[in-house]
Design a binder for this molecule. Structure first.
Ligand code: ADP
Ligand code: MG
Length: 616
C-alpha cells in the first residue's frame, strides 16, 4: 500500500467519523418497529395473548370456544369460536392499530360491557408473531383468510365454519430480547390454565375446551351457575367443601355471588382465589385481604381458601382503564366492596358450621351437583384438613388413628356435632391419651382436643372481655431482654399489650419489664410472645394504622390463648373437663381453634357399627 493510498484511507475514515458526529440523531422508527415495541404493553408472555383472544371471542358472543396451545403457547395459541365472525373488510382492518368495533369515544368507557375497547390487541399480537385468521359471519356464504406477518397482511377468500379461528404462531420470533424472558413450557402452561379457569368461572354458560400439545386437557360443557361451574372445574374433593355465597348491598348497587371453601379445606398458595368484577378476572390485593379477613381464625394463618367471588357493580363505579392488560381495576368506593366480601364470607362460614350441627356430621356432604370434574387442579396442591394427618410431624395430628388404614375412607371423621344440651344429652367418658376428652352422645363418640378447645374458649374471652380481663400483679416481675432496634420497633405498640392486661414497659435500653398479666398467663414466660410480636411488626407491611392494630389484636389474642391453654399431656379432672366442654359449647366458632384446627371430631355410631360389621 502506498503512502498516498494509506493517507486516503485515513481520510475516508475521518470523513466517516465526522459524518457520524454531524448527522442528526433523532429519526422516526418504522411503523412496524414502533408497533413491535408498543406490543410489549399488551403482550409480555403467551398468557396475555390467550386472554386477548378469548376475550375477543366472548365479545363476539361466542357460546363455545376451543383453545389449543403448544409448547406453553410459545409455538402456537389457537382460539376457535362460534361468535358472529367478521366480513372481509373488518378482517383486514382488525389488525390495524386502534381499530375497534367496541367504542367510538372514550366517554363510552363508563358504561362499557365488552372486554376490549382499545383496539390494540390484534395489532400488537400480529407485530410479534405469525397470525392466521379464518373467519366467516353468521349466515354468510363466503369467509376470509388473513395472513399477517412482519407488518404485512394478505387476504383471500376461504370457507371456514361460521365464527372465528385465529392462530398465533412463534411468539416473539422477531423480538429475541423478549423471547429470552419466556419461561419453560410448564410455567407458561400453568399461567394459561389459570387464565382459562378464570374465563370459565366468569362465564358458566360457555362451553369450553382446552387442548394442550394436542391432548384434550379440559372439557367444560355449559353450566347454569357459578357454583356448578366451580364444582365442574375443581377436583371432587374441593367441590365437596364448597359453600355458595350470595349477598348484596342494594343501596350501593353491589352484589356478590360465588363459591368459597369451608373451614375444613385450605391450600398453601393463593392460586385458588379468583375475583371477577362484572365477569372480568381481576387481581386486587384489597379484595384478597377482605376475603382472608372473612376466614380469620377459621383456617390456619398462612393457608388459603379456594374460592371464586363474582362482583357485579355499576360500571361507572369502577375504572378498568388503569392497567395495560386490564388485570387490575380501581373501585370508586373500595371499602364498600371489601366490607361486603368480608361480612358475607364470615357469615357463610358460620351458617355452614351451624348447618353441620344439625346434621349427622360424619356423613355430611354439601349438596353438590355430580358433575365430572375438569382436572384444572393438576398443578396446584390443595389440601383438605381431613388429610393433614398424613402430613409430617410439624403438623399436629388432628384425629387419633383409630381405624385400620384400609378402612380409613369409610370412617373419615368430620368436625362434628357438639352435645346440643350438655346437661341431658351426653355423658363424659373421660380423658384419652391426656389429650382428648371423650364424650358419648346419641350420634356417636365425640372426641375433643383439649388444647384446641381451650384455646378457642380463651380466645373468645380475650377478644370479648378485652380490656376487662382479670389480671394479676406478678410477685416477681418478668424481665425480657431484646435487641435495641427491636425495642425501638415494639415500643410504640406496647399499648396493645396493655389493652390485653399485660402491663409492660421499656426497662433500660434493651429490656422490657412486665409487672402484671391476665390471670391465665401468670405462669407463662412471655419472652417468646414478645419476640413473636416483634416478628409480626417486621412482617406486616400494612400502612393502614387501623388495620395494623386490628390484626395485632387478633394475633395477640390468638397467641395468648395458645400460651394460656391447657396442653396436650396435661391431666384434667372430671370437673375441669366438664367445665371445658360446657364453655366450649357456649363459644362462637367452636368448631375450630383460633389457628383453624378442629376442636372436635365425631366418630359416628353408624360408622362404628359399620366397622364392626353390625351394619352395612
Ligand atoms: P378490541 O377488542 O379492543 O376492540 P382487538 O385488537 O382485540 O381490539 O380486536 C379488534 C377488533 O377485531 C374487535 O373490535 C372486533 O371487532 C374484531 N374481532 C377480534 N376478534 C374477533 C372475533 N373472535 N370475532 C369477531 N370479531 C373479532
Ligand atoms: Mg380485544
Amino acid at each position: 500500500m502506498t503512502v498516498l493510498q494509506k493517507h486516503s484511507k485515513i481520510n475516508v475514515f475521518l470523513t466517516y467519523k465526522r459524518a457520524i458526529y454531524t448527522m442528526s440523531k433523532i429519526h422516526q422508527l418504522s411503523p412496524h418497529e414502533a408497533q413491535k415495541i408498543a406490543a410489549g404493553q399488551v403482550v409480555e408472555r403467551p398468557v396475555n395473548v390467550v386472554k386477548e383472544l378469548l376475550e375477543n371471542a366472548l365479545d363476539a358472543g361466542a357460546t363455545s370456544i376451543s383453545l389449543y396451545i403448544q409448547d406453553g403457547g410459545k409455538k402456537l395459541i389457537q382460539v376457535i369460536d362460534n361468535g358472529y365472525g367478521m366480513d372481509r373488510q373488518d378482517a383486514k382492518r382488525c389488525f390495524e392499530k386502534h381499530a375497534t368495533s367496541k367504542i367510538r369515544s372514550v366517554d363510552e368507557l363508563t358504561t362499557i360491557t365488552s372486554f376490549g375497547f382499545r383496539g390494540e390487541a390484534l395489532a400488537s399480537i400480529a407485530a410479534v408473531s405469525k397470525v392466521t385468521l379464518l373467519t366467516k359471519e353468521q349466515g354468510a356464504t363466503e369467509g376470509t383468510r388473513i395472513d399477517a406477518q412482519e407488518g404485512t397482511i394478505s387476504a383471500k377468500p376461504a370457507a371456514p365454519p361460521e365464527g372465528t379461528n385465529i392462530s398465533v404462531s412463534d411468539l416473539f420470533y422477531n423480538v429475541p430480547a423478549r423471547a429470552k424472558f419466556l419461561k419453560k413450557r410448564e410455567t407458561e402452561t400453568r399461567h394459561i390454565t389459570q387464565m382459562a379457569q378464570a374465563i370459565c368461572l366468569g362465564h358458566p354458560k360457555l362451553h369450553f375446551q382446552l387442548f394442550i400439545d394436542d391432548r384434550l386437557f379440559v372439557s367444560c360443557p355449559s353450566q347454569d351457575n357459578i357454583l356448578k361451574r366451580c364444582a365442574q372445574l375443581w377436583e371432587k374433593n374441593t367441590a365437596r367443601h364448597l359453600i355458595d355465597v350470595n349477598a348484596a348491598n342494594n343501596q350501593r348497587g353491589v352484589t356478590i355471588c360465588g363459591a368459597i371453601s369451608d373451614h375444613q379445606w385450605f391450600r398453601y398458595d393463593r392460586n385458588g382465589i379468583f375475583f371477577l368484577v362484572n365477569n372480568r378476572w381481576v387481581s386486587n390485593y384489597q379484595l384478597g385481604q377482605a376475603l382472608l379477613k372473612g376466614y380469620n381464625n377459621v383456617i390456619p394463618h398462612g393457608r388459603y381458601p379456594t374460592s371464586c367471588i363474582a362482583i357485579t357493580i355499576d360500571p361507572s363505579l369502577i375504572d378498568i382503564n388503569t392497567h395495560p392488560r386490564k388485570q387490575e381495576i380501581t373501585f370508586a368506593n373500595p371499602r364498600i366492596v371489601q366490607q361486603l366480601i368480608q361480612d358475607t364470607v364470615r357469615s357463610a362460614l358460620e351458617t355452614n358450621v351451624s348447618k353441620q350441627i344439625k346434621k349427622n356430621i360424619s356423613l355430611y356432604q354439601p349438596e353438590m351437583p355430580d358433575i365430572p370434574a375438569a382436572p384444572f387442579e393438576h398443578i396446584p396442591h390443595p389440601i383438605s384438613i381431613a388429610e393433614t394427618q398424613k402430613l409430617p410431624a410439624e403438623q399436629t395430628p388432628l384425629a387419633p388413628n383409630y381405624a385400620p388404614a384400609s378402612k380409613q375412607d369409610n370412617v373419615t371423621p368430620d368436625a362434628g356435632d357438639m352435645p346440643t344440651s350438655p346437661e341431658n344429652n351426653y355423658r363424659l367418658v373421660g380423658q384419652f391419651g391426656k389429650t382428648y376428652i371423650l364424650i358419648e352422645q346419641q350420634e356417636g363418640l365425640y372426641l375433643i382436643d383439649q388444647h384446641a378447645a381451650h384455646e378457642r374458649i380463651l380466645y373468645e374471652q380475650f377478644a370479648n372481655r378485652f380490656e376487662k380481663i382479670p389480671t394479676i400483679k406478678l410477685m416477681f416481675p418478668q424481665l425480657v431482654t431484646c435487641k435495641q432496634q427491636d425495642l425501638d420497633l415494639i415500643a410504640p405498640h406496647l399499648n396493645i399489650f396493655q389493652q390485653h392486661g399485660i402491663a409492660i414497659e421499656p426497662f433500660g435500653k434493651d429490656q422490657l419489664i412486665i409487672q402484671s398479666t391476665p390471670v391465665h398467663l401468670k405462669d407463662v414466660q412471655l419472652q417468646e410472645l414478645i419476640q413473636q410480636v416483634i416478628g409480626w411488626i417486621k412482617d406486616d407491611n400494612q400502612i393502614d394504622q387501623e388495620q395494623f392494630s386490628k390484626s395485632m389484636h387478633n394475633k395477640l389474642q390468638a397467641q395468648m390463648a395458645c400460651k394460656a391453654a391447657v396442653k396436650a399431656g396435661d391431666s384434667l379432672t372430671h370437673e375441669q373437663m366438664q367445665e371445658l366442654v360446657s364453655d366450649l359449647h357456649a363459644c362462637p366458632n367452636r368448631f375450630s381453634c383460633p389457628h383453624g384446627r378442629p376442636t372436635g371430631w365425631l366418630l359416628s355410631l353408624h360408622d362404628i357399627e359399620k366397622m364392626f360389621r353390625r351394619k352395612t
